[in-house]
Every structure is written in C-alpha cells, then in structure tokens.
Ligand binder design. Sequence first.
Ligand SMILES: Cc1cc2nc3c(=O)[nH]c(=O)nc-3n(C[C@H](O)[C@H](O)[C@H](O)COP(=O)(O)OP(=O)(O)OC[C@H]3O[C@@H](n4cnc5c(N)ncnc54)[C@H](O)[C@@H]3O)c2cc1C
Length: 606
Amino acid sequence: MDKGLGMTNKFVFHDRISCDVLVAGAGGAGLRCVAEILEKRPDANIVVVTKVPHPQKSHTGTAQGGLAAVDPSDHTDSPLYHMFDTWKGSDCTADQDVVKQIVESAWDEILWLERRGMFYTRNEEGKLAKRTFGGHTIRFGESSAFRAVFESDRTGKGILDTMWGEAVKQGVEFYNQHLLTELVFDKGVCTGAVLFNQKDGRFLYVGAKATVLSTGGSGQVFRVTTNCRHNTGDGLGVVLQHGLPVMDPEAVQFHPTGVVGPGILASEALRGEGGILRNKDLEPYMERYAPKMKDLAPRDVVSRANEMEIREGRGILNPDHNIEHVWIDLRHLSDYVHDVKLKEISTFFQKFVNIDPKTQLAPVRPSNHYHMGGIPTTLHGEVQDSALNTIPGLYAIGECACASFHGFNRLATNSILELITMGRIVGNKVLENLKGATRRPEPSAEAGEHTFTKFSSYLSAKGSHNVDKLKSNMRNIMSDKVGVFRNEKDLSSALDTLRELQEDARAIHMECTSLIYNQELVQRWELDNLLAVSLVITQSALERRESRGAHTREDYPERDDAFNYHTLARISEPGAVELSKRSINMDIYESGGEYAEKFGFIARKY
Ligand SMILES: Cc1cc2nc3c(=O)[nH]c(=O)nc-3n(C[C@H](O)[C@H](O)[C@H](O)COP(=O)(O)OP(=O)(O)OC[C@H]3O[C@@H](n4cnc5c(N)ncnc54)[C@H](O)[C@@H]3O)c2cc1C
C-alpha cells in the first residue's frame, strides 16, 4: 500500500469484490435477513459488513426487555388489540399496512427463533413467560396485556447469538471493522457500495445485486442517550449524502428511565414488573398524567411526566452529580424479580450509581433512546426516494429504516419484533428480485468519489477545531434544545448552531494522518453523519408546528390534522434541508371492518 496515501489528494480501491447480497449491519435486522435468504437459497453469496469488531457487539445485544407478539393460545389477547395499541401509540402516524403485516406474523417469528435455539424465559408451567409493557393493552385499552416474551433481561443478546449462529452455520463472510461509506449507483440502480477497512486503511469496492442497509440507530446525536457509542446514524448520513430522503426524523423517542449520570437504560421491564416512579415527596405521580395506565403509559407520556415533575420543582437534586432526577422505586419487588428476572438491570444501579435497588430508591431521568424515523421504505423494505418511487437494488431494515411501524412513538418491545419480521420480509423480497437479476449492472465511473474526496479533505484540512469538541457541542445543543420539550426559539437557535458546526468541521485539524487504525479519522467521518442527522431532525421538528407522539412542541401543544403526514427530509445543498410529504397508510380504517373506527384519528389518552 502507498504509505503516503494520507498526503495525496486522491485515493484508489485496493480491492474489488462482488456478491449477490451485501448486508451493511450485523445487528438483529441484518442477520435475520441473512438467515432468511440462506434458508431459502443456501448458495447465495452474501457479504455482511459491520463497523464493530464482531457481529455480536452490535447494539441489538443490549436490548433487555423483550419482544411483543400475541400468543394464539392466549384467548384474552388478539392481534387486533396489538394493532390498535401500535396505531394509538404511534399517535395515528404509523402505516396501517405495515402494522398489520408485522403484528400478524409476530408469533411465527417467536417460534422461528425458538426452534433455532433462543432460550426464552418460561413460567412455572413450562410455557413461554410473558410480561407487560407500556401501552400494550387488551380490548382497546381496557387493561394491560401480557404480550412480551423475553430471555431474562438480556433478550437482545439471545436474539443476536441465535441469529449469528444461523449465519455462521451457512458460512457467511463477515467483514468486521469495515465502514460502509458510500452507495454506488448505475443509472438509478444501486450496484453496491464502498467500504473502508479500519484495520488496514484500505478502500474496497463491493459490487452487489442487492444492497441492504441495516446500520441501526442514531442516538449519539444526543448528549444523554441509552445508545452505544457506534450508533452514529451512518446509514442515514450515507443516504443523505446521495440526496435521498429520511422519513420522520423529528420523531425521536426519549426513554423515561435513563440511569442518572451515564444515561444508560433502566429497562421498561422494571415498570412492567411493578416498579413505581416517585418524586421528591415520594408521590407516585403517574396517576396525574395517565390516570388509567399510570407507570405503564407509553414512553412519550412518561418522559413528559418525569420532565414536568423536575421542571415544577418536584425533582431531586443530588449535589454529587448536580443532575436533577426522579426516583424509580423497586424496593417492594421480590428477591426473585431482582435476582432472576431483572438481574442485569439491578446490577446497573449498583455499578453506575452505587445504590442497592432492593433497599434504596433508584435515580432516573429521560434519556434519548430510539429514532422512529429513518430511510423510507415500502412494505417490503425497498428504499424510496420519494413518496412514489423505489430505488432498484437498495433495501433498508431495522432502526435505520422507516417503513413506519412506529409512527411518532414506538411502544416498548415493538422494535425487536420489527427487526425480525421485517428482516424475514426483506430477505424474501431480495430473493424474489434476485431471480430476475442475472448480471450486476456496471458501477458508475464516479464510484468512490464521495469517499475519496471526503477522506482526503479530512486528512488535509487545516484549522484549530477538533472532532471531540465539535461533537460534544452538537450533542449538548441537541439535548438542550431538541429534547423532550421543543419550541420555535430553541429549534431555530439549534439550527443556526448546527450550521456553524458544519462550517467549523471543515477546519478540523487531524492529529493523526495515517489511514491505519485511525479512530480520530473514523470519528471525523461519523461526525459528518451525526451533523447531517441532527440537521434533518431539527429542521423537521421546526416545521412540524404541532405535538404528535414523542414530538412535543410547547408552543403548539395539540395534535393538528394539518400535519397528518410523514415528513420526507433531504439535504439539497450543504446546510439546507428540503422537506416534502408522504401520506399515512390507513388501510385498516378504510377497509371498513367491524373495528375500523378504532383506527381513525383517535384521541390519545391513557
Ligand atoms: C439499551 C437498549 C435497550 C433496548 N431494549 C429493547 C427491548 O427490550 N425491546 C425492543 O423491542 N427494543 C429494544 N431496544 C431497541 C432495539 O434494541 C434496537 O432498535 C435494535 O436492536 C436495532 O437493531 P438493528 O439491527 O437495526 O441495529 P443494530 O443492532 O444497532 O446493528 C447495527 C449494525 O450496523 C453496523 N453499522 C452501523 N454503521 C455502519 C457502517 N457505516 N458500516 C458498517 N456497519 C455499520 C453496526 O456495527 C451493527 O452491526 C433497546 C434499545 C436500547 C438502546
């Protein structure tokens, strides 16, 4: 390799490979898709890329609580109730065709996982144990539904291990510690992607008949987040760099119980098992905000309640860390719940804030958690560049995608359900389209241009700014001004600052100019993605002058019919976000069936 690469203005591909399917992202969504393809076509040549050192380090492994699915043998529950809860939870912005598709195939997916070794927790009778989570009800809100299956409080790890095993069994080739930095097109068809190998600093071109983006979340745009370090919105950044849209980026979920300090998640399973939120007077205040569901109201409702308690002076200020918070009271739960069902979460409180949740109150406050928005797709995960048009060869699944199962507020345990059902569905769509694809189109002559230009500009930039400082400015602005409560003044000021940060980023001086194992360089590239994602979140939040689901405008507190649509946001030129609309699918409502009126634009009270 040319040792002087960092000094030149133009890089080259060190290698070119080709495959049938390139899957970028080895979390739950990507691996489920891989497993589906290989079960049906064991000879398919699949390359799986992950930016982390091993697929099992993907973020899905941190999911604790469980996954929702209606057990057909449970006669108190019904897929119809699950669909209703998801629609109501979404604040009437999920796409009903997607909701129906996912909910109706949920139980088959639970069995699929079990048959491949998923080690679900069982009840005393030896059947799959189930617990309840916020917003999941039976009979259209009458009482809580016990609908989530789980593997202790490490459900995501169980899923990731199981699916990784499936992929390995079939001999899939993993490219670990590689970054997908660019998509390649030929006359509007996606023909593959550019990868950067972090270990040896080489650029690789991968030609693929199908490219699947499953790059996960974007939580690192916020200072306080439950998301891991590598959730930097890369998939979104890459599509935005190609002028493609992101859907509903303003729909950002805050989890009500981030552990104070690190912000990491104290799972909703705590409230599912009976944990109670209390303010400084030890009042169990959720009754005032959600008289019926109380602590088991959806996350947006509980997050707003926690923030309101703090704002109105009923929070607790601990001088040790100076972060105001509320309490979650777990002291009344049995030793069995603490030691068996919630073992890992209980130890988080011991490790991170040095308290014993069996005997002491645990400090929590809202933390950024999940992004409902993402790369717009059809029902089958085909990426769209407008409300009507799909891009041949390109698919997206998982948290980076938005077929819109969650609308403007995701219910707990519905994400993992989405990963595995949509992973299967996208796998089948890829297989169907592969049948007609005999030859891969030629990549355009510009392949690599985005990546090479960016990387050479990073390495040659002069100036006094550094990656870490700009990133922390961006994350502070997003947490302080684009958080649980939003308003015109703060959003406008955040936008101005984000544009200045984009400008400053041009003058980031790299301390290290090697391409090999240069984490500063990787973080510099991630910063561009984070800034692009922050910009589309903030601009879309500014233009949506209403409150809907997790998007709460203090200056426009009501949901407004004029905004009954999905936002499509693209970056037309540096710093400029262009917005358009996509309609919400209301198939269940329009079908006129027995319960159709439950799927209209209903009021959202819990
Ligand atoms: C702490 C926590 C607990 C949760 N608990 C639950 C729960 O109990 N139930 C539930 O339903 N949901 C839960 N969620 C949400 C759920 O876990 C996530 O939405 C889901 O795991 C995302 O899966 P994914 O496959 O889309 O992405 P991930 O699992 O994040 O995988 C993304 C993959 O993409 C790779 N990648 C990213 N960028 C690049 C790039 N540029 N190049 C190459 N590879 C790249 C990553 O390395 C990784 O392999 C939880 C979330 C958090 C944060």
